[in-house]
Design a protein around this ligand. Structure first.
Ligand code: NI
Length: 147
């Protein structure tokens, strides 16, 4: 996948997620998202958290290193990690959460536009970005559609 294709898919699927979000009435942002126990705002914060994580991960990639795993604790699980991310985002006022979502996404687009060619040629890098961007947007746009 070359840079233009990557950006095209990221932007297309982000637009789909935004459209799914825009279909939610404002008074229902605190309501079900299609993911058990998560409100629509939680879902937005979750997507942003993983974009923020991708920005961090890519910052290592451009230095030519791979970031260590999230934790060496054998009790670490992705579900507990996600729950902690959600809890942290719940401290953020909704209007800021929505602003952060847009700002983080723009930073991510800028980062992808500037990603070194060598990083883009690495399938592991593209797969990681895909997982936390368009694959993730698609999954949660489906959740919103099912709520
Ligand atoms: Ni997710």
């Amino acid at each position: 996948m070359d840079r233009d294709e990557l950006l095209r898919v990221v932007e297309h699927d982000w637009a789909q997620l935004e459209a799914a979000l825009a279909a939610v009435p404002l008074e229902e942002l605190d309501g079900p998202s299609g993911v058990p126990d998560w409100s629509v705002l939680d879902l937005v914060g979750h997507v942003t958290a993983w974009e923020q994580d991708t920005l961090d991960w890519v910052s290592y990639v451009v230095r030519g290193v791979r970031r260590p795993l999230y934790s060496v604790d054998p009790a670490w699980t992705i579900d507990a990690h996600n729950a902690a991310l959600i809890a942290a985002k719940r401290a953020t006022p909704p209007v800021l959460l929505l602003l952060q979502a847009g700002e983080t996404h723009q930073r991510l687009l800028n980062t992808l536009r500037a990603l070194p060619d060598a990083a883009l040629a690495d399938q592991a890098v593209v797969d990681h970005v895909a997982e936390d961007t368009f694959n993730h947007y698609r999954q949660h746009a489906l959740d919103l559609a099912s709520r």
